[in-house]
Write a protein that binds this ligand. Structure first.
Ligand SMILES: [Fe+2]
Ligand SMILES: [Fe+2]
Length: 400
């Protein structure tokens, strides 16, 4: 039985995500019955109250404070006020989803790896959560999915075969980058480049795909057999990829450290390299969102006019995927919990890892998960469609 510390108690009810017209509610430890939400004339049945759950209220007006009454059967259990976001300015260019840190093949979680799935599901929890995220992201309207590394737990062929089960669910274009767990180099593991290419997914270190007048850039930050990351030898190609007249989303596995002393695990791209990367990126194109995985937590900050975020793992608390609405003048990131009930049951349980500290650490704040960012440039760009993926060859790049 997991021991949790008193200061790590999570709320019974919280607003986990919000955008211009939807509010995602998460709950736990409520009385038995059916949980419903009423706001104005809208009543939404959210789910079974006495099991951890996630539900969404849709059809709300934007930029408005909504009072939400939550009832278990006829009994009022909570009253929330949440302000929906303003619709991002400028025309919608496209919608992209990211899924991070699937760790396909992992069979236990926690500091001592003793937390095991007891749901009785035929699908192991990493696969179950990833498939649910893919389905929910496509239902949301994603036009492209980026798998942001740690696809597998140790790069074994059987783990890559689980990725086939994920890809079977995907009906839109895919980009992918490896994470440190895909290049860990254990006995029997296979080269991630071969694993991706044999599944029809580009594996070049730096690649981009046009989405309307924007670009989605995927960057391999791994160092073979190492846990930390780098852009050494690749930064020039990243600069080439973002050097155009439009906004770009840059996705990588490793986070960009911004403190001189590393105070938490795991290591990412070191601070001195991060400073150089952020400075040069913003000089080439300030209309950037840079997002990573690896830390299994949700964070956001602004650096030199760019939005820099970390998004949590799909398979441990809080169990999320991220949606990006790219507009001509802004981008909105909305990190949602995977709502599939058998996934919530697992991801809620994993919040008790590390004495419950994991539940608090991994969540971040709603302002770090649901965040709008206005592109510094005020250019209104011509919209166009081009879905070709472009690999940026080392010989064509700027010197690093
Ligand atoms: Fe990971
Ligand atoms: Fe990682």
């Amino acid at each position: 039985m997991a021991i949790t510390l008193p200061f790590t108690a999570l709320p019974n009810v919280e607003v986990f995500a919000v955008d211009a017209s939807n509010v995602q509610i998460a709950w736990r430890d409520l009385p038995p019955g059916v949980l419903s939400a009423t706001t104005g004339a809208i009543t939404t049945r959210l789910g079974i109250a006495d099991r951890p759950g996630v539900g969404e209220i849709s059809g709300l007006s934007s930029a408005t404070a909504h009072r939400i009454d939550l009832h278990v059967d006829d009994c009022l259990v909570s009253r929330l006020t949440v302000r929906t976001a303003a619709s991002p300015p400028g025309a919608l260019i496209g919608r992209v989803a990211t899924i991070s840190d699937m760790h396909l093949g992992e069979s236990a979680f926690g500091l001592t790896r003793t937390m095991r799935d007891q749901s009785g599901s035929t699908l192991p929890y990493p696969l179950r959560c990833t498939i649910a995220a893919v389905r929910e992201a496509q239902e949301w309207g994603a036009e492209l999915i980026v798998f942001k590394g740690d696809i597998t737990h140790t790069g074994l062929p059987s783990q890559w075969e689980l990725f086939d089960r994920v890809l079977d669910e995907v009906s839109i274009p895919v980009m992918a980058v490896p994470g440190n767990h895909d290049v860990v180099g254990v006995k029997g593991s296979i080269d991630h480049r071969w694993a991706l290419e044999s599944r029809g997914i580009d594996s070049v270190e730096v690649q981009w795909r046009a989405l309307g007048s924007s670009r989605v850039v995927a960057v391999d930050t791994t160092i073979p057999t190492k846990g930390s990351g780098t852009l050494e030898g690749r930064l020039g190609r990243v600069l080439d990829a973002v050097d155009f007249d439009g906004p770009a989303l840059v996705f990588a596995h490793h986070h960009f450290e911004h403190t001189p002393i590393r105070y938490f695990w795991p290591p990412g791209v070191g601070q001195s390299e991060t400073n150089d990367v952020m400075r040069t990126l913003s000089e080439v194109n300030a209309d950037l969102l840079v997002s990573s995985g690896h830390t299994h937590r949700n964070r956001a900050r602004t650096v030199a006019g760019m939005l820099v975020t970390e998004v949590g793992s799909v398979k441990d608390h809080p169990g999320v995927w991220a949606g990006y609405e790219i507009h001509e003048a802004a981008v909105r990131q909305t990190v949602r919990r995977v709502a599939e009930p058998s996934c919530v049951e697992w991801t809620d349980r994993t919040s008790s890892a590390v004495g419950g500290i994991w539940g608090v650490w991994s969540s971040g704040t709603i302002a770090q998960r649901s965040v709008s960012h206005r592109w510094p440039s005020t250019r209104i760009r011509h919209r166009r469609r081009d879905t070709t993926t472009v690999a940026v060859a080392p010989g064509e790049s700027n010197p690093d």
